[in-house]
Design a protein around this ligand. Structure first.
Ligand code: NAD
Length: 479
C-alpha cells in the first residue's frame, strides 16, 4: 500500500475523494504515493484561510518570521539526503542532483530568514518645508504560487520562502507529476511554526486549481513558473482579477562555441547544459551554435562523450542522466527527433529508446548536426535531451543566431577571447549570461529570470525578490 498525501489547508490535512498516483519514472511499477486531487472548492477554502491568517502574520515581527524560516531551513538541510532521494525517485534526476536541490532549498530558506530581518525603508527629504517623507515596504497579501515538476523543491522554496519572509500568506499549487517532495517541504515549513492558514497546499489538476487561484479577487499576487502554453493565460486571469503577477517560462537557450574555445571545456559545458537532468531544465542549452573552425572537432568530441554517458535509474550510483519524467514527455521528445530528421538535420547520436533493468522512460540523448536556425527543432522548446548544432561563420553570425528567438532566458559562450566574452555579456538578449559555464546551474542568492517571452514581471530570488513580495508605501509626515 502506498502512502496517501492530503491537501494542507488552514493547518489541517484535507483528503479528497479522488487521488492521483505519483509514479517513479525510473521504474513505472513503483508508486511513490497517492496524492489528493482537490477541486476549486479546496482552492477557495485555502484562499479564505490565507486571507484570514494574513491579518496576524502580516503583523508578526521579523524575528518570528526569521525563526520559522531558519528552523525550516535547518530541517531541510538535515534531511537533504532523504528529500533528495524522494525527489529523484519521483522526478528522475540523478540522486546527487536531487540531494543538491534539497540542499539548495534549505539554503534558500536560510537566506530568506535573513531577509526577513533586513527589510528596510528610506527616509527622503521632502521638497516642502516641515514635511518628511518615508518609503516603506509592506507585505502584498495572499500569494498564489504555481510551480512546475522539474525543480519540485527549489522552485517552491524560492517562491514560498520570500513570500513568508516578507509577511505574506501563501496558497501553493505544485505540479501533479512530482508532488511528494513539495508536499514534504510544505509540511516542514508548517511544523517549523507557521500559524494555520499562513501556508496552504492544494494539489489537483492544474487546469482546475490554477485558474481558481489566478482568477480569484482574494489573491493579491500570482507567481507562476511553467510553460509558455500556460503562463500568458495565468497572467491574463490575474490582471483581470487585479493581482500582481510574475511569470517564469520556457527557453530555447543558445550556447556559442567559438574557434578559440578550449575543446574539453566546450564539450563538458555543452553536454552538461544540453543533456544533464534529461534536458528538463528551462535553462538547458538546446541550440549549440558553433563556428566553422572548431565545428568538426567539437562534433567528434561531443559524440564521443555522449557515447560514454551513463543513462540509468536515477537512484543507481553512477547514473549521469536519468529517465525523462513521463510517457507524454518521452513521446514529445521522440516526435521532435523525427521532426528534426524530416526537416533535413542529421541525427549523429542517440535519439532512441533505451531498455534498462526496470521499465522506465529512458532515451538516449539526441544530437543533430547540419541544422538551420529556422527549423522547428531550433525554434520550439522541446524540454528533453535533444540538442542541435548550427554551424556559423564567425562570432557576429553566432550572436545574431543566438538572439534570433522570441525566448531570452539563458545564453552561454565558450571562448578564451575576453573581447568576445565581454561583447556577448553586453549584447546577449537574455536574462542570464554564462561564459565558459553551462547555461543551466545557478547561485541561489542572486536574481534569476529571463527576457522577451521567457519571463514577465520582476525577477525572482536574492534580494531582488522583495520587488514582487512587498508593496511600497510612501508616507508624508508633518511632525
Ligand atoms: P506547465 O505550464 O504545464 O505547468 C506549470 C504549473 O501550472 C503546474 O503546477 C500545472 O499544474 C499548472 N497549470 C496547468 N494548467 C494550468 C492553468 N490552466 N492555469 C494555471 N495553472 C496551470 O509546465 P510544466 O510542464 O510543469 O513545466 C515545464 C515548463 O516549465 C517548461 O516550459 C519549462 O521551461 C518551464 N520552467 C521555467 C522555469 C523558469 O524559471 N523560467 C523553471 C522551470 C521550468
Amino acid at each position: 500500500m502506498s502512502t496517501t498525501y492530503p491537501n494542507l489547508i488552514d493547518g489541517q490535512r484535507v483528503d479528497s475523494r479522488e487521488r492521483t498516483p505519483d509514479i517513479n519514472p525510473s521504474n513505472v511499477t513503483d508508486v511513490v504515493g497517492e496524492f489528493a486531487r482537490g477541486g476549486s472548492d479546496d482552492a477557495g477554502k485555502a484562499i479564505a484561510s490565507a486571507r484570514a491568517a494574513f491579518k496576524k502574520w502580516s503583523r508578526s515581527t521579523p524575528q518570528e518570521r526569521f525563526d520559522v524560516l531558519d528552523r525550516a531551513g535547518t530541517e531541510i538541510l538535515a534531511r537533504k539526503e532523504e528529500l533528495g532521494r524522494l525527489l529523484s525517485r519521483e522526478q528522475g534526476k540523478p540522486l546527487a542532483d536531487g540531494i543538491g536541490e534539497a540542499a539548495r532549498a534549505g539554503a534558500i530558506f536560510k537566506f530568506f530568514a535573513g531577509e526577513a530581518v533586513r527589510v528596510g525603508g528610506e527616509k527622503i527629504a521632502s521638497v516642502r518645508p516641515g514635511v518628511e517623507v518615508e518609503v516603506t515596504r509592506e507585505p502584498v497579501g495572499v500569494v498564489a504560487a504555481i510551480t512546475p515538476w522539474n525543480f519540485p523543491l527549489a522552485i517552491p522554496a524560492w517562491k514560498i520562502a520570500p513570500a513568508l519572509a516578507f509577511g505574506n500568506c501563501v496558497v501553493f499549487k505544485p505540479a501533479e507529476l512530482a508532488p511528494a517532495s513539495p508536499w514534504t517541504l510544505a509540511d516542514i515549513a508548517q511544523r517549523a511554526g507557521l500559524p494555520p492558514g499562513v501556508l496552504n497546499l492544494v494539489m489537483g489538476p492544474g487546469s482546475v486549481i490554477g485558474p481558481a487561484l489566478a482568477s480569484s479577487p482574494d489573491v493579491d499576487a500570482v507567481t507562476f513558473t511553467g510553460s509558455q502554453d500556460v503562463g500568458p493565460g495565468v497572467a491574463a486571469a490575474a490582471v483581470k482579477a487585479g493581482s500582481r503577477v510574475q511569470l517564469e517560462m520556457g527557453g530555447k537557450n543558445p550556447l556559442i562555441v567559438l574557434d578559440d574555445a578550449d575543446l574539453p571545456t566546450a564539450v563538458s559545458v555543452a553536454v552538461n547544459g544540453a543533456f544533464f537532468q534529461a534536458g528538463q531544465r528551462c535553462t538547458a542549452s538546446s541550440r549549440l551554435i558553433v563556428t566553422e573552425g572548431i565545428h568538426d572537432r567539437f562534433v567528434d568530441a561531443t559524440v564521443a562523450r555522449m557515447k560514454s554517458l551513463v543513462i540509468d535509474d536515477a537512484l543507481k550510483p553512477g547514473t549521469e542522466i536519468g529517465p525523462v519524467v513521463d510517457q507524454k514527455q518521452l513521446d514529445k521528445n521522440l516526435e521532435y527527433v523525427a521532426i528534426g530528421q524530416k526537416e533535413g538535420a542529421k541525427l549523429v547520436e542517440g535519439g532512441g529508446l533505451l531498455e534498462r533493468d526496470t521499465r522506465g522512460y529512458y532515451m538516449a540523448p539526441a544530437l543533430f548536426t547540419e541544422s538551420a536556425a529556422g527549423m522547428r527543432i531550433n525554434s520550439e522548446e522541446i524540454f528533453g535531451p535533444v540538442a542541435s548544432i548550427i554551424r556559423v561563420r564567425d562570432y557576429d553570425e553566432a550572436l545574431a543566431v543566438a538572439n534570433a528567438t522570441p525566448f531570452g532566458l539563458s545564453a552561454g559562450i565558450v571562448t578564451t577571447s575576453l573581447k568576445h566574452a565581454s561583447h556577448f555579456k553586453r549584447n546577449s538578449e537574455s536574462g542570464l549570461v554564462m561564459v565558459n559555464l553551462p547555461t543551466a546551474g545557478l547561485d541561489y542568492h542572486v536574481p534569476f529570470g529571463g527576457r522577451k517571452k521567457s519571463s514577465y514581471g520582476p525577477r525572482e530570488q536574492g534580494t531582488y525578490a522583495k520587488e514582487f513580495y512587498t508593496i511600497v508605501k510612501t508616507a508624508y509626515i508633518a511632525p
